[in-house]
Design a protein around this ligand. Structure first.
Ligand code: SF4
Length: 87
């Protein structure tokens, strides 16, 4: 699934979107409620997309590469991923 707003676009792989455990984690970690759970599946709350603070918590809550957040800058859509985490 994918949803795009003015500044932010979010994609979640369909196989992951139907995973109830991942759906619950995404809804829990996002500080601005971009993810919700409906019928055990992830849904994207479109009106909240541009509230994304690029924290990366959703990327960490889902299997590697299954969630993608794109931030548009200078008119271009760029892939975005947080830098390496400090250990
Ligand atoms: S990067 Fe942070 S604010 Fe943005 S969608 Fe993911 S969890 Fe929510």
């Amino acid at each position: 699934m994918r949803s795009d707003a003015i500044f932010i676009g979010v994609e979640v792989d369909d196989t992951v979107a139907h995973d109830t455990a991942v759906a619950a984690k995404l809804a829990e970690v996002c500080p601005v409620d971009i993810y919700a759970v409906e019928g055990g599946h992830t849904v994207l709350v479109e009106q909240n997309l541009d509230e994304c603070v690029l924290c990366g918590l959703c990327l960490d809550a889902a299997p590697d590469g299954s969630v993608r957040v794109r931030c548009s800058e200078s008119g271009a859509i760029q892939n975005w991923r947080p830098g390496p985490r400090a250990s």
